[in-house]
Design a protein around this ligand. Structure first.
Ligand SMILES: Nc1ncnc2c1ncn2[C@@H]1O[C@H](COP(=O)(O)OP(=O)(O)O)[C@@H](O)[C@H]1O
Ligand SMILES: [Mg+2]
Length: 234
């Protein structure tokens, strides 16, 4: 359902040069498949998720999702595509502060043109253990509770693909497994593909497929090899 082909991303440097970040010849994820992506800080994990989600555009290459190449869509087309087919759990939640937990989840549906399925929104919040926090605003909730709202929101629009960027990093230890279970079980039940970035071996070990971005991304692979060489040469 997802296939990246010859994907490259570089950033313009202040001096006008190009700083390469991603070079992924080929990488794919099947419908309903669950994949963990791991790799050291700075190896391009967040950039990769942003490109798959259409938040960022690649410098070149194809991002095929259900046969659509989103790399050629303009920003508003990518926004619409994302709203309808992709759920995103941001590292920093990105909840709307003026709205309650329930409203935040329902807004995710409204952007996707799916109306306000209040029952589904409540049921998703109950599944992350927030049935008693429906009418609280983000500022009235703990950081872990906010992350759980953002997980419910990512699943609200019945996506085909969920991208989760370190979804347990800011959640208290006691609730981390709840977040992982919620993502995995809902994605499995609804045949949604899941790509989850994590630094936690306890989380990664639960997945059958764990991909190292330093294998997948040739820019990160090269950087790692250079570091190893430097260490060997003292
Ligand atoms: N807007 C930007 N402009 C220039 N460089 C950036 C920008 N965003 C990220 N980078 C650089 O891209 C690299 C990869 O970042 P990121 O994808 O956030 O890595 P990770 O999520 O694996 O820690 C880092 O070296 C970072 O400094
Ligand atoms: Mg990151």
């Amino acid at each position: 359902m997802l296939e990246l082909r010859n994907l490259k991303k570089s950033y313009k440097e202040p001096d006008g040069g190009e700083l390469p970040i991603l070079d992924v010849p080929r990488w794919s994820v099947d419908a309903g498949e669950q994949v963990v992506v791991v790799g050291p800080s700075g190896c391009g994990k967040t950039t990769l998720l942003h490109i798959i989600a259409g938040i960022l555009r690649p410098t070149s290459g194809q991002v095929l999702i259900d046969g659509w190449n989103t790399a050629i869509l303009n920003e508003s087309e990518r926004d619409q595509f994302r709203a309808r087919r992709i759920g995103y759990v941001f590292q920093t939640f990105n909840l709307l502060p003026g709205f309650t937990a329930l409203e935040n989840v329902q807004l995710g549906m409204a952007f996707a043109g799916r109306g306000h399925d209040r029952k589904r929104a409540i049921s998703l919040l109950e599944r992350v253990g927030l049935g008693h926090r429906l009418h609280h605003k983000p500022g009235q909730m703990s950081v872990g509770e906010q992350q759980r709202v953002s997980v419910a929101r990512a699943l609200a629009n019945k996506p085909k693909l969920v991208l989760a960027d370190e979804p347990t990093a800011n959640v208290d230890v006691g609730n981390q497994q709840l977040v992982v279970d919620m993502l995995r079980n809902t994605c499995r039940d609804e045949n949604v593909a899941l790509i989850l970035v994590t630094h936690s071996p306890a989380v990664a070990d639960q997945f059958e497929r764990v991909d190292l971005l330093t294998d997948v991304n040739l820019v990160a692979k090269q950087k790692l090899e250079e570091q190893d060489r430097d260490v060997l040469q003292g």
